[in-house]
Design a protein around this ligand. Structure first.
Ligand SMILES: NC(=O)c1ccc[n+]([C@@H]2O[C@H](COP(=O)([O-])OP(=O)(O)OC[C@H]3O[C@@H](n4cnc5c(N)ncnc54)[C@H](O)[C@@H]3O)[C@@H](O)[C@H]2O)c1
Length: 332
């Protein structure tokens, strides 16, 4: 089997690439290395390409045809909520335009199976404790909107071209399956806290007056390695016969508060952490916890790692990257 992994040099994509290579599949990584690292695509073929460019559609179609690829996993996207609010045009153009090129290349090369990185951001601020896929998405920022539009585009491509697609709505992704594939971006809670500690700053907690047991926001943290396995399960599902659903949440079904995550980091580092308490951020729900029933029942996928595993792997990866002879994060 041959899979084109678009954005495969990124944090999540590189974990999937590694698992696919381990199970003996041929992998072609398509990446413009804007946030990805060449070193993360090691072992796969690498096609350096910006998929948002007008010519990308034909280049992708040609790569799909010449490699005989049977499936595509599309990770490449901008993913910063704040940036999307300030510059929505970039998100429309790149996240939606990039996906349009990918889907039309698949249609042209008659590649049927596509897995797409969606996000819990499609749900916005849901007024329920456990988020199921049946809930009507109401994204509250352009980033979440581009992911929801992406899901519509997959549905259109299914109708028009007989494609078979899965959109995985990731909840809070963290940890590292291998130290060298760790998240290098400082955007999610675990890397933000680790970064603050390295710089000798107290991590900031945005709001401790939510209606939760310790007053801080609760999220569903899923280990990136578990998430990567969910992509393999999605590919198997697309290659099978039965296909009752095309959208799946990916999370653990368990919530951890900001303070619980900080405590887990303190345990893993063997230190005490006293966070600074700041104001709430607009648009942050008190809790966002995934119902994992659909993916468990349909794809047979369940997370295996809990918060302590996630945090330990992230802390170990940071330590490896900071070691004097570390080459975990080489340039490009
Ligand atoms: N990390 C999370 O917590 C999270 C949560 C929900 C959804 N997602 C989604 O998962 C996907 C992957 O996220 P990630 O955390 O691995 O991000 P990442 O930035 O590490 O990976 C994205 C990869 O895509 C590449 N890329 C970006 N634009 C491209 C373009 N125009 N052409 C070719 N390659 C391009 C980058 O170089 C990078 O290798 C994204 O679609 C993101 O929206 C991530």
């Amino acid at each position: 089997m041959t899979t084109l992994v678009i954005g495969g040099a990124g944090y999540i994509g590189s974990h999937v690439v590694r698992l696919l290579l381990e199970q003996g599949e041929r992998v072609i990584v398509v990446d413009d290395l804007s946030t990805g690292l060449r070193s993360r695509a090691e072992g796969a073929e690498l096609l350096e390409l910006d998929v948002t460019r007008p010519e990308a559609r034909e280049v992708l179609a040609e790569s799909l045809r010449s490699s005989g690829a049977d499936s595509v996993i599309h990770f490449a996207a901008h993913k910063q909520v704040g940036e999307s609010v300030e510059n929505p045009e970039m998100y429309w153009h790149d996240n939606i335009g990039g996906l349009a090129n990918v889907l039309s290349a698949c249609a042209s090369a008659e590649v049927r199976d596509v897995v797409f990185s969606s996000s819990a951001a499609v749900y916005g601020v849901p007024d329920v404790d456990l988020v199921t896929e049946d809930l009507t998405p109401r994204p509250i920022n352009p980033y979440g909107a581009t992911k929801y539009v992406g899901e519509w585009m997959l549905a259109d491509a299914e109708r028009a071209h007989g494609m078979r697609t899965v959109a995985l709505r990731y909840f809070n992704v963290a940890g590292a399956g291998w130290p060298e594939l760790a998240d290098t971006a400082v955007m999610n809670l675990v890397p933000i806290v680790l970064d603050a500690l390295e710089q000798g700053r107290a991590p900031v907690v945005f709001g401790d007056d939510y209606d939760t047991p310790d007053g801080t926001g609760i999220r569903d943290y899923v280990h990136v390695l578990d998430l990567a396995h969910a992509h393999l399960a999605a590919l198997d599902y697309l290659r099978g016969e039965e296909r009752p659903h095309r959208v799946f949440n990916v999370g653990t079904g368990e919530g951890s508060s900001v303070l619980e995550v900080i405590d887990a980091i303190a345990r893993a580092r063997g230190i005490e952490i006293t966070p600074e308490i700041g104001a709430r951020r607009p648009g942050d729900p008190a809790r966002l916890i995934c119902s994992g029933d659909r993916i468990a029942q349909t794809l047979g996928w369940k997370s295996e790692h809990g918060l302590d595993d996630i945090v330990r792997s992230a802390v170990e990866a940071r330590a490896a990257a900071l070691a004097p002879d570390a080459d975990a994060y080489p340039e490009g």
